[in-house]
Design a protein around this ligand. Structure first.
Ligand SMILES: [Zn+2]
Length: 435
């Protein structure tokens, strides 16, 4: 190398770089991205190119830099140096017009183009918020790392960060919606290597409550091995037409607990979050969705409260164990009962902890464990000599049918055990699920 170059300062490093490689403003600036605040890499790169040009111009006219080096560096600088080179009567070598890192003649122009393409997607989906992501491990990233190592650049910034930040800013300038880092409607992923953008529509989550006014309605769709449905209706299916309004690919119900298929859900209704996967549009209002859901079956009703996020699903599922529930049970006993006996039963079960091993009816799909759940209150009403109705307020997760029957001694104590006769719950409704 004919030129003496001190090896530590920014200017010397910029000259070393530009003597070897053509670099666009952004990529040159980004190699010093950690230096200075409130600047874009484009500004850093442009400033460096101007100073380098001034410096080599001085060296050349003073005779301390030869013509070949001057032309090489000036060509690698690009358009900023064009005028100077031409006025000195030298040619610019056109093969140096592509940046060694990004491969484009100007990353800045690409950033603008990507932002415009992203705006199209945002409009297509009627998205209210967005987030820009960049595919990791591109060959460009590797080139950048190699170069930074070679020239010992400590302050370089990763190209992915620049693309994410700058494209986000430009999109915001174009359509005035802000990037959302936690709950974007759409995520736009830039693949720098392939100059491609893919859109990932994020699910819509809506919080609500449902009421099940009939029996033989399952919560999730229950498809048998032969492809037919086990029950004529499910809550999830009733929600599906609502998904069609936003063009969702799939509708998933996340409920706070579950009643048995033959149990109605009345009173306060049961909280749930419905997930509308891969929607085609984010332009909707809750009222329209709610009306649609309520038009499907008169046995299932909904209210939709608000939009929410994925993390609330975990929340309503964790909470369910702690939630207090109220059931209404219709119970048949194999002996005649008196009002007094039922009053004593109410007393006995008030505040009592029930030990339950997994009911036999669900043993085929649940592990055999013992759980302890509390009954807070029982209120009874004798209907005929051996039939009574009971309102049971208890901790969530109590198996109420087994509280009544005793499940062959697997639930203790039970109504049957206390009354000294077989007892069966023939109808069960959930009346309340408290938050
Ligand atoms: Zn570049």
């Amino acid at each position: 190398m004919g030129t003496r170059i001190a090896d530590r300062d920014v200017l010397s490093k910029a000259i070393t770089l530009l003597l070897k490689y053509p670099l666009c403003e952004n990529c040159l600036g980004r190699l010093f991205g950690g230096l200075g605040r409130g600047l874009s890499n484009y500004e850093r790169g442009r400033a460096l190119k101007i100073v380098v040009l001034m410096d080599i111009y001085r060296r050349f006219i003073e005779g301390s830099m030869n013509k070949e080096e001057f032309i090489t560096i000036a060509s690698n600088i690009g358009s900023i140096a064009k005028q100077s080179v031409l006025e000195l009567g030298f040619p610019i070598s056109e093969d140096r017009s592509r940046c060694i890192i990004c491969g484009f003649s100007s990353l800045e122009e690409k950033l603008v183009e990507w932002a415009q393409r992203i705006v199209k997607y945002i409009k297509e989906y009627n998205a209210r918020s967005f987030l820009v992501g960049v595919v990791k491990g591109s060959s460009i990233e590797k080139r950048e790392e190699e170069l930074a190592r070679e020239i010992e650049l400590k302050y370089y910034e990763n190209i992915r960060n620049e693309v994410k930040r700058e494209v986000g800013k430009k999109v915001q300038e174009l359509i005035d919606i802000k990037p959302n880092f936690t709950r974007p409607d759409v995520v736009l992923i830039v693949d720098i290597d392939n100059d491609a953008i893919t859109v990932k529509p994020m699910p819509i989550y809506i919080k609500g409550r449902y009421w099940k006014l009939g029996r033989r309605i399952s919560q999730a769709k229950w498809i048998l091995w032969n492809g037919s449905k086990k029950y004529p209706l499910s809550i999830e299916e009733v929600l599906e037409p609502m998904g069609e309004i936003v063009g969702a690919k799939e509708v998933i119900l996340h409920a706070s607990g579950r009643e048995d298929v033959d149990v109605r859900m009345l009173g306060t209704g049961r909280p749930f979050i419905v997930e509308l996967k891969e929607p085609k549009t984010y332009n909707f209002d809750l009222k329209t969705l709610e009306e649609k859901a309520n038009s499907v079956s008169r046995y299932v009703r909904f209210t939709l409260e608000c939009e929410t996020s994925r993390k609330d699903i975990r929340l309503i599922k964790i909470e369910r164990a702690r939630k207090t529930k109220v059931y209404k049970a219709l119970i048949v006993v194999e002996k005649d009962l008196s009002e007094d006996e039922l009053k004593r039963l109410e007393e006995y079960f008030r505040g009592r902890v029930i030990r339950q091993r997994t009911p036999r009816r669900v043993l085929h799909r649940r592990p055999d464990v013992e759980r302890h759940r509390k009954v807070y209150n029982v209120k009874t009403k004798l209907i005929t000599s051996n039939v009574f109705e009971a309102l049971i307020e208890c901790e969530g997760g109590l198996y109420v049918k087994e509280l009544v029957s005793g499940d062959n001694g697997r639930t203790k104590p039970s109504f049957a055990e206390y009354l000294g006769a077989q007892a069966v719950c023939i109808e069960l409704d959930v009346i309340a699920v408290y938050q």
